[in-house]
Design a protein around this ligand. Structure first.
Ligand code: C5P
Length: 316
């Protein structure tokens, strides 16, 4: 038998980089939002004399060995399960491979979720979260879905009251951005001072003001006095990566401007290179696609995916 799940993507609604940590990572604070655009991940598990992991993909630039986050996550899961299994995973790519939408991280989380379903056995929750966090900073958020606050390396994730679903447009420029390099460039510009921690704390305070305390669900977001995203946008929402990535790839600035027209909010996602715009209506989103395509860039229309739909649609 085999189990297929939708491996949904994410964007970052604001991303603030803090000081480097002793382990080489950076403190950060961000709001993650899951998106409807997805890959498909299929896991099959069969008892065997010895454990093995094999991968296949329809995309030529997906590594099929230990470098793949799916391989890393499954290897860690096998250690916890302590029974020899032959695991085969198929990754059907639809998302850009190096794009700021967290596709590689999403695939790893999807493989863990598919493995649990395939075995009809749950990994102990603490182990599942440890495996996800060790596999990559953006992996644990895909075990939650919806709108989330991410802190520390990004792996410490708190569910926020879900934002209503927005129309969205993704722009996929034909350039790759290396995340470690983008962090190094941020440091090289000496932008990271100890005081930068204050910006992280200030951002968390504003998130708390807009959404209520992280981790506390409010049942009905519609009843909040105001859409929390609008409240945050009004007080200013930034992605720190834009300052380093846009200066190296000036064409991305024009794409952001094209997405910004009529938008609630538009920005680079993660370290890029994908950018997004969020809109109230389909018409606004359709016009944004046209503007981005006029600049010679691939554009896709999608929407943000609230938590309940994230889990409902994952297996459907
Ligand atoms: O955790 P992940 O493997 O996705 O991170 C990729 C790289 O990005 C890390 O090796 C590190 O160089 C950088 N990074 C960082 N600070 C973070 C997250 C990632 O410096 N909070």
């Amino acid at each position: 038998m085999a189990t297929t799940v939708r491996s949904f993507s994410k964007i970052n609604l604001g991303l603030y980089i803090g000081p480097p940590r002793p382990d080489g990572y950076h403190h950060l604070a961000t709001i993650y939002q899951t998106m409807e655009l997805h890959d498909l991940v299929t896991v099959s598990a069969t008892p065997a004399a010895e454990s093995s992991i094999t991968l296949e993909s329809n995309h030529p630039s997906v590594p099929l060995d230990e470098r793949n986050t799916v391989h890393k996550a499954l290897q860690k899961a096998l250690k916890v399960l302590q029974k020899p299994l032959k695991l085969h995973t198929k990754i059907e790519k639809n998302l850009p491979v190096q794009g700021g939408m967290g596709a590689g991280s999403a695939n790893a989380a999807a493989a863990l979720i598919a493995l649990e379903a395939e075995l009809n056995q749950q990994l102990p929750p603490a182990e599942l979260h440890r495996i996800a966090g060790e596999t990559g900073s953006d992996v644990p958020m895909f075990l939650v879905g919806g709108t989330m606050l991410g802190i520390e390396r990004g792996e410490d994730t708190f569910p926020l009251p879900d934002l209503p679903s927005f129309q969205a447009v993704m722009a996929f420029p034909d350039v790759g951005v290396s995340t470690p390099q983008a962090f190094r460039d941020w440091d090289a510009r000496s932008l990271t001072q100890p005081a930068e921690n204050d910006r992280l704390i200030e951002f968390r305070r504003r998130v708390s003001d807009a959404f209520g305390k992280p981790g506390v669900f409010r049942k009905n977001t519609e009843n909040l006095a105001e859409n929390p995203l609008l409240a945050l946008v009004r007080t200013g929402l930034e992605n720190d990566f834009e300052s380093v990535v846009f200066s190296q790839q000036p064409s991305l600035r024009a794409l952001k401007s094209a997405l910004e027209v009529d938008s609630i909010y538009a920005a680079l996602s993660g370290s890029g290179s994908s950018l997004f715009g969020l809109y109230s209506t389909e018409e606004e989103a359709i016009r944004a696609v046209e503007r981005v395509e006029k600049l010679g860039c691939e554009a896709r229309r999608t929407r943000t995916l609230p938590r309940q739909e994230y889990w409902q649609q994952m297996f459907s």
